[in-house]
Design a protein around this ligand. Structure first.
Ligand code: HEC
Ligand code: HEC
Ligand code: HEC
Ligand code: HEC
Length: 484
């Protein structure tokens, strides 16, 4: 099956793009490691693109010759970088996986490896928001990933990464969570990348699969309207303009028709994983797609004109099956992560068994303050300044943090399934020290929207503020001191 697909795409590319070219100026160099047909001319730049990796850091494993995996991707990039033309690497998003704790560790591993692989521009997909905008922002900030997205608007400044130069000014104007665009200079040409995500991609949050979280930490503005506002200024600052478009193919066609100045569109959001062997042309732009689960990697050979702009292009789709070798260094990193991950999975599985709650994808019923923070930014900001957020440190400063007479009221869920277990386990996926949100509201997996989650909290105070420990406690006067 794979082989036939490979040949079919190879022919489509050769006939479609190659036939109309001018006679080659330089004879192309054959490369035995890369069996697809070469462009009939020497490319000036190779634009490598993909999308929808969805935390598949290994081949999907669905059949003997299953495609994908970061080790093969690393080897392909090395092979391409060893050739004459410079390589620019981008993705149209969805590098994170499904919204459950099993996928969270994988997703964040993929983000770390994208940093190692030297991506030049990264768009955002709805899967990348699966663990909350705060998680994505934390990864992008700590790794310095070159994420661009013009129409993802953050509702709080603490969740914004402005970038530098004119892109930062545009980010301020749009209120975007990430710089709307960035420019990468190579081979004497400036490649401008702008990111857009369609609201139609149905953003699904971690905890509540059916309800959008836009209302809380971010919102998505109309991609066409935002494109009209940023593309003219980016066009003036670059030679080749690329949109990293996390949207359906027809939406992209409408976008290029409505907004002039786009040279290339790299599409994401393709659950069916159908690459476009031959770019689709619309409104003067070429629309590219290489998806998903890391099974296909696109390589657009770019020919530049004397004006440094896009003069011609020749597309190749690499099907990342077992005919590709592994890069040994990346393979080692993947092995290392697997080991780490196996331990984590075992722990999570054990916890599920303990609670007889195998249906619950969150494993523990307590999710930890980090999970709440990802959606409830404002409540968190208030909470973080209260003594509840330092209650464990109070004990630790007196060396009584392991004293079972003391920990109960200074931690979260003590004595309950999935709650604090008596001693702090460093490196555990959920750290339940301090009087966190769930100490008052109850386990996060119960998160109801009928008012009961709020009522539980109102009733909780006196579990700890007992007449013995806090004789003066009075809800009416004490709640306002910490109210959120
Ligand atoms: C799990 C136990 C626990 C619960 C439940 C709890 N508290 Fe507390 N609270 C504490 C502890 C422990 C401290 C002291 C923390 C420290 O200083 O280390 C504290 C401190 C406070 C303070 C002083 C905070 C400050 O920043 O000055 C107020 C006010 C307070 N609690 C109100 C409440 C109210 C109102 C509720 C219910 C809505 C509540 N607490 C529920 C354990 C709890
Ligand atoms: C039944 C719940 C409960 C237990 C058990 C408990 N505490 Fe507390 N602790 C509280 C509450 C509630 C407060 C906050 C009282 C207030 O704000 O007036 C508090 C506050 C404190 C403070 C801060 C006092 C201050 O005003 O700065 C210290 C220190 C402390 N506890 C130590 C301990 C130690 C040590 C133990 C074990 C011997 C212990 N706690 C056990 C509920 C508890
Ligand atoms: C000390 C106990 C306590 C802690 C800790 C706590 N809450 Fe609350 N929370 C409450 C109480 C009590 C209410 C209801 C207050 C009311 O409506 O009178 C509430 C209300 C809320 C509401 C509803 C607000 C509204 O007006 O609809 C949200 C959302 C919320 N909390 C989230 C959080 C998050 C997120 C955290 C952790 C970052 C947190 N809470 C920590 C006690 C707590
Ligand atoms: C995936 C996003 C998400 C996460 C994670 C999340 N919440 Fe919520 N929460 C919501 C939404 C949406 C609402 C509805 C309120 C609104 O529209 O503002 C809500 C409402 C609430 C309310 C008010 C409920 C009511 O019936 O009045 C409380 C309390 C609350 N959340 C606490 C928490 C706590 C505690 C955590 C962490 C264990 C948490 N939430 C995690 C999205 C989330």
């Amino acid at each position: 099956m794979r082989l036939w697909t490979s040949i079919a795409i190879g022919f489509a590319v050769a006939l479609g793009m190659g036939a109309a070219q001018a006679p080659p100026s330089d004879p192309p160099q054959p490369n035995p490691a890369l069996p697809l047909p070469n462009a009939p001319w020497q490319p000036h730049v190779r634009l490598v693109y993909e999308s929808d990796t969805r935390a598949y850091y290994r081949p999907c494993g669905c059949n003997a010759n299953s495609a994908g995996g970061l080790a093969r991707r690393a080897a392909l990039l090395k092979d391409l970088r060893a050739q004459s033309a410079p390589v620019v690497v981008c993705t149209a998003g969805d590098f994170y996986g499904t919204a459950d704790i099993f996928n969270e560790a994988k997703s964040r591993f993929v983000a770390r490896m994208m940093d190692q692989l030297g991506y030049d521009a990264i768009g955002v997909g709805e899967m990348d928001l699966n663990f909350g905008l705060a998680t994505l922002v934390a990864d992008v900030r700590s790794l310095g990933l070159p994420v661009v997205c013009a129409n993802l608007r953050a509702k709080t400044d603490s969740l914004r990464i402005r970038g530098e130069g004119p892109a930062a000014a545009a980010a301020d104007r749009l209120g975007s969570a990430f710089p709307p665009y960035r420019v990468v200079s190579t081979a004497g040409s400036r490649f401008g990348f702008v990111g857009l995500i369609s609201p139609a991609t149905k953003v699904k949050p971690a905890a509540q699969k059916d309800e959008p979280v836009e209302a809380i930490t971010y919102s998505l503005d109309d991609p066409v309207a935002v494109a009209k506002s940023v593309i003219p200024e980016l066009r003036a600052a670059c030679d080749v303009l690329v949109v990293l478009a996390h949207m359906g193919e027809e939406e992209a066609v409408a976008l290029v028709a409505a907004v002039p100045g786009i040279d290339l569109v790299v599409l994401g959001h393709d659950p069916a994983g159908r690459p476009l062997g031959q770019p689709r042309t619309a409104g003067g732009a070429r629309i590219l797609r290489a998806t998903s689960q890391g099974q296909n990697i696109g390589e657009l050979n770019v020919k530049l004109g004397d004006d440094h702009r896009l003069a011609d292009a020749f597309n190749r789709i690499h099907i990342m099956d077992a005919s590709h070798r592994d890069d040994p260094e990346m393979a080692k990193r993947v092995e290392g992560f697997d080991e780490e991950n196996r331990k984590l999975q075992k722990e999570l599985f054990a916890r599920q068994q303990l609670q007889g709650d195998e249906q619950d994808p969150f494993g523990g019923r307590y999710l930890g303050v980090g999970a709440c923070q990802s959606c409830h930014v404002e409540e968190f900001d208030v909470y973080a300044h209260t003594r509840h957020a330092r209650a464990y440190a109070t004990l630790a400063s007196q060396f009584v943090h392991r004293d079972t007479n003391c920990v109960g009221c200074h931690v979260t869920g003590y004595g309950e399934a999935g709650g604090f277990q008596g001693v702090r386990v460093r490196g555990a996926d959920v750290d339940l020290i301090d009087v966190q949100c769930e100490a008052c509201h109850g386990p996060g997996a119960d998160h109801a929207r009928d008012g009961s989650y709020r009522d539980t909290a109102i009733a909780s105070c006196v579990k700890c503020h007992t007449p013995n420990d806090d004789p003066d406690f009075d809800f009416a006067t004490d709640w306002p001191k910490i109210a959120h």
